[in-house]
Write a protein that binds this ligand. Structure first.
Ligand code: KIV
Length: 259
């Protein structure tokens, strides 16, 4: 399996849909690596794995452990590390943390949330050789409400301006989270870098979902998630059967015993 280059992602715009998923662990990373262009070590791991109320509680040390596990388990995909809340409050802090992240995890790029305000930071990181993925629309680290964005004219204009500013600052792709369909379409047509949608319609250049959501492992089920399985139910059934077997002394059987 040949390692995918970031330049290849740029070339896919308007041609081939870019496929992305999140991964926090070795097993999911190994499977996603077989099929996806990009794997995101998302700070959503705080809520999905650690039961935190928001992604703001995630710290850089925890993220680095997962980033390393994911990167070490992939051969082909581009691995993007989601910079946690307050780790990029200005361009110097952002660079110090991004350098540490890349050094310790060997991830291929970092992602940070924000529009026009992030331009200086993105330019600083990319100038220093750190590939950056942008993230606009709904911003889980700072949003006060988790409603779909771009429903009114002012918000639409603001998000479009964010997209243009971020795309001109050197990112190789931009995540667009939870915006109305016609805005996602307009952004995708207006900028030269690929857009990766999550709750942002088929008009984006690629799609991303939180893997646990699409597998039916999390409790979240927003409209934009398509569930490909209900693993929670499957695991529940397995654990129930295991406990039953133990109680009935059906496990371990002769097959599981060393003679
Ligand atoms: O943290 C995350 O998983 C993300 C995705 C929702 C894009 O940022």
């Amino acid at each position: 399996m040949q390692k995918l280059k970031i330049s290849k992602i740029l070339k896919k715009k308007n041609k081939i849909p870019i496929t992305c998923l999140t991964a926090y662990t070795k097993t999911i990373a190994q499977i996603a690596d077989k099929f996806c262009d990009i794997i995101l070590v998302g700070d959503s791991l705080g809520m999905v794995l650690y039961g935190m109320k928001t992604t703001r509680e995630v710290n850089i040390e925890t993220m680095i452990l997962h980033g390393r596990a994911v990167k070490n388990s992939t051969k082909k995909s581009i691995v993007v590390f989601d910079m946690p809340y307050k780790t990029y409050t200005n361009k110097f802090i952002a660079y110090k943390n991004a350098r540490k992240i890349i050094k310790l995890t060997k991830c291929d790029a970092v992602k940070l949330e924000g529009g026009k305000k992030m331009v200086g930071t993105i330019k600083h990181l990319t100038k220093k050789g750190i590939p950056v993925m942008g993230h606009i629309g709904l911003l889980p680290q700072t949003s006060r409400n988790f409603k779909v964005k771009g429903k009114n004219f002012i918000q639409k204009r603001q998000i479009l301006e964010d997209a243009i500013a971020v795309s001109n600052s050197g990112v190789f792709a931009i995540i667009i989270e939870c915006v109305v369909e016609n805005l996602a379409k307009k952004i995708t047509k207006s900028i030269s870098v690929p857009t990766i949608g999550i709750g942002a319609s088929k008009h984006c250049d690629g799609q991303i979902l939180v893997t646990e959501d699409m597998l039916g492992l999390s409790d979240l089920f927003p409209r934009f998630v398509k569930r490909y399985s209900n693993l929670k139910k499957i695991i529940e059934r397995c654990i129930k059967n295991y406990v039953k077997d133990v109680k009935l002394r059906r496990f371990p059987s002769y097959k599981n015993v060393y003679k």
